[in-house]
Write a protein that binds this ligand. Structure first.
Ligand SMILES: [Zn+2]
Length: 325
């Protein structure tokens, strides 16, 4: 089916965004994050209802989903924000959608894959070999494309860069190291560095009232508030360590984009702390990572720098190919 009107969908833990001919609408996501305790089967049913009721007949629907998945086999392995830790077997979302709405053509990719496709489209430059995109929002994940071959290499299960559920590198106290993760684990990168983790880290540190923390954070950090600076250092630290690790393991990565709602809500604050930590010289191996030159290799996104809805359509158009070879 070609020439169908395109509907782009971004399914995150917090919002379900749908862009069609009439513009973009945003509805609360039927997720475990919003509905803790609701069984996975029920959440999937609500998702199918939400999507199928909003997609016009005879559409090409490009869906990006904040979940670990095998994009080739179209199987979803799991998503902490969307379905918690409760998936017993892979969810075949495209099959379920196609059964309900066979009039439309359904495409599904991981949301970080979609964001990477748009980041590459907008920010990759001639001479770049590999480009990464790391999202820091309700969850955390990273994806890398080889822009010379227009491919995203993945493992046999279709996965790549599910870094949010690695143990975080942190200099925080035991209370921070053991913070829970939506996946059921503890002390994961997402437990400390994802958007929803901020309040938990603040409580673990005894930073004070958390109700107004998000609004006050930038002013308190800029104003030299020691407790806020300590909190902010610890929240950014696992991401700075990931960046160091990525560059250490793959010298062909010429550009890393860091975006997602948590970063884009405070881009300058995030960039300043991330650059400070990544540029800190800790050994002879850190040569060249000075703040002045980091901007060429590390792009901290402003709102609108990356549009997953554009990216998911680019993936449906074949801009990048997910490859197990
Ligand atoms: Zn986790």
């Amino acid at each position: 089916m070609t020439g169908l009107p395109t509907v782009a969908v971004d399914l995150g833990g917090t919002w379900l965004r749908i862009r069609g001919a009439d513009g973009t609408c945003r509805v609360p996501a039927p997720s475990a994050l919003r509905h803790p305790g609701v069984p996975v089967e029920e959440l999937v049913e609500r998702l199918l209802d939400a999507l199928c009721s909003r997609v016009p007949t005879g559409s090409r629907v490009a869906v990006s989903c904040g979940a670990a998945m095998d994009e080739e086999r179209k199987e979803i392995h799991g998503s902490g924000p969307l379905w918690g830790s409760g998936i017993e077997r892979p969810i075949r979302l495209v099959d379920l959608l196609s059964e309900r709405r066979p009039d439309s053509e359904w495409h599904l990719v991981n949301d970080v894959t979609a964001a990477l496709a748009d980041f590459v489209r907008r920010h990759a430059r001639p001479g770049h070999r590999k480009v990464c995109y790391l999202t820091v929002s309700s969850g955390i994940a990273l994806r890398t494309a080889d822009v010379r071959t227009h491919t995203i290499p993945v493992d046999g299960a279709g996965l790549q860069g599910e870094v949010g559920h690695l143990r975080a590198v942190t200099s925080g106290p035991a209370a921070v190291q053991s913070l829970p993760c939506p996946c059921g684990g503890r002390g994961h990168v997402s437990s400390i560095a994802a958007g929803p983790a901020l309040d938990g880290v603040a409580r673990a540190l005894g930073t004070g009232r958390t109700e107004t923390l998000r609004e006050e954070l930038e002013a308190r950090v800029r104003g030299g508030d020691d407790a806020a600076i300590r909190l902010w250092t610890l929240v950014v630290e696992p991401i700075a360590e990931l960046v160091r690790t990525v560059w250490s393991l793959d010298p062909q990565i010429d550009l890393i984009g860091i975006g997602g709602g948590f970063v884009e809500a405070r881009t300058a604050l995030y960039r300043d702390e991330l650059f400070r930590q990544v540029a800190t010289v800790r050994s002879y191996a850190d040569r060249g990572l000075d703040v002045e030159h980091l901007g060429d290799r590390l792009h901290v996104c402003e709102p609108g720098d990356v549009d997953p809805l554009d990216g998911v359509v680019a993936m449906a158009d074949g801009a990048l190919t997910v490859s197990k070879i």
